[in-house]
Design a protein around this ligand. Structure first.
Ligand code: F6P
Length: 467
């Protein structure tokens, strides 16, 4: 094996460059060249196949910094349409032209679904990432419990009544999740003191689509109520609990996942669904919808000093801040290991696999690999992993003891002393006032190569990277 390609697809995470760095470091050790494909699957659809040699002469390019958030390769939510064999042939031919022996796709469930048609043409492996922490299984046999195809309604949590044995989880946590929670927890704590001072109800909305892991992780910020997409919000009971807490402490902090649903299964933030290019419903304001319902329901007499209930309730979306910036130690370390593991899986001739992060109480974290088919349901679809019901106390709108066990394994040492030191030294660096932001994209543009450069009669002549 001489040359691999790697791409990053789907929504970015803070740990993508760390994954790329781990993959390139391993490729250097194995004497494999590694080309980064630009802009995820949309780069593959470009007949010029823009790419960046990430380790010329087996030395990692300096722009690839594992501490930098996001991805230097760019990403997109475009996927390869497997039902179009001519297109798949075209893409496979392009990779062949570049002398690519295998592909590492760094992504989540959408990326894995998009990898499938290509995996039939060349060895492909997925290195997982997603802040949503929804790529994996609650137990190895979980796919057999899914009896209905994944439709428009939220996927059911069919995991039996027993508390989850967390050591059996497949892919315990995905790179990006820990940093997202790190941001969310700080947001909740900051919002707390302002809600407390002004006797208000704060509704903090976090990402996570169908999966409530980020909201669950927000429990470290000690919110009064948590609502996750897996548990429909029985509104009357919810409002009753909000007013109870308000009466007690004159303010409330509520954390909700963006994909929460009401008693009928209707998404609070997706009343007129529109979709992104990957077919994902775009969520528009579950927090606002909840605020409206609470404002219409809670009695004005509850809020002394506020003109109306609406004035007493405010919403904050943590938004894309939870997806950006420097990754914390947990993410950097395990993302790099998973990137290296993905290269190893291809090198060991284990195509169509997913690199996974496993956990056991005796040994802590280790990397492994599973066939991609293990994550698919009987209809061939990779489903988002949902928060197991034993992680959540539905009665009290809060994390359960088993959920705490799960979070402790990830977060107890998630932040390193280097992370704290970096904040101290970097945030108010006076150099930041004297200089403008220097985007890595500018330097990387010089490194982009193409298979067939535009306006050249003899394409091969331009690219020195031709095999
Ligand atoms: O899929 C990852 C994710 O972070 C989701 O939690 C969120 O719904 C979505 O991305 C937001 O995506 P966009 O960048 O397209 O707004």
């Amino acid at each position: 094996m001489k040359r691999l390609a790697i791409l990053t697809a789907g929504g970015d995470t803070p740990a993508l460059n760390a994954t790329l760095h781990g993959a390139v470091t391993r490729a250097n050790q194995l004497g494999i060249e590694i080309f980064g494909l630009v802009d995820g699957y949309s780069g593959l659809l470009d007949e010029q196949l823009p790419h960046i040699p990430l380790n010329p002469l087996l030395a990692t390019i300096p722009e690839l910094d594992p501490c930098r958030g996001g991805t230097i390769l760019g990403s997109s939510r475009t996927y390869l349409d497997g039902s179009d064999p001519a297109l798949v042939d075209e893409v496979a031919g392009r990779l062949d032209k570049l002398g690519i022996d295998g592909l590492v796709a760094v992504g989540g469930d959408g990326t894995l679904n998009g990898m499938q048609p290509l995996a039939e043409r060349l060895p492909c492996v997925l290195a997982p990432k997603t802040i949503d922490n929804d790529l994996g299984l609650n137990s190895p046999d979980e796919p057999t419990s899914w009896t209905e195809p994944l439709g428009d309604s939220p996927p059911a949590v069919g995991n039996g009544d027993e508390p989850l044995d967390i050591s059996r989880m497949v892919n315990f946590a995905t790179p990006g999740y820990a940093t997202a929670v790190f941001v969310v927890v700080q947001a909740i704590r900051r919002i707390r003191t302002t809600a407390e001072s002004h006797r208000r109800i704060a509704i903090v909305e976090v990402m996570g689509r169908q999966s409530g892991y980020i909201a669950l992780g927000g429990s470290y910020g000690q919110p009064d109520l948590v609502a996750i997409p897996e548990v429909p919000v029985e509104f009357d009971r919810f409002a009753e609990r909000v007013s109870e807490v308000y009466r007690q402490q004159q303010h409330v902090v509520v954390v909700i996942g963006e994909g929460i649903v009401d008693e009928t299964g209707q998404g609070l933030g997706a009343t007129s669904p529109s979709v992104d290019p990957a077919g994902n419903v775009i969520f528009r304001g579950a927090a606002e919808a909840l605020r409206q319902r609470l404002a219409d329901t809670l009695p004005a007499t509850l809020f002394r000093g506020h003109a109306t209930p609406a004035a007493a309730i405010f919403t904050r979306k943590v938004g894309h801040t939870q997806r950006g910036g420097r990754p914390v130690l947990f993410d950097r370390f395990h993302a790099a290991r998973l990137g290296g593991q993905a290269v190893d899986l291809i090198h060991q001739d284990r195509p169509d696999h997913v690199a996974t992060l496993q956990w056991s109480s005796s040994d802590g974290f280790s990397v492994d690999g599973i066939p991609a088919s293990q994550l698919r349901d009987r209809w061939g679809v990779v489903r988002p992993r949902l928060v197991h019901h034993s992680f959540f106390d539905e009665e009290n709108w809060r994390i359960s003891p088993r959920g705490c066990d799960y979070l402790r394994a990830i977060f107890t040492d998630a932040v390193g002393s280097g992370d704290v030191e970096h904040l101290r030294g970097d945030l108010f660096d006076t150099g930041h006032l004297a200089t403008t932001y220097q985007s890595v994209n500018v330097r990387l543009a010089q490194r982009v190569r193409r298979v067939t450069p535009p306006e050249t009669e003899h394409p091969e002549a331009e690219s020195s990277s031709q095999p």
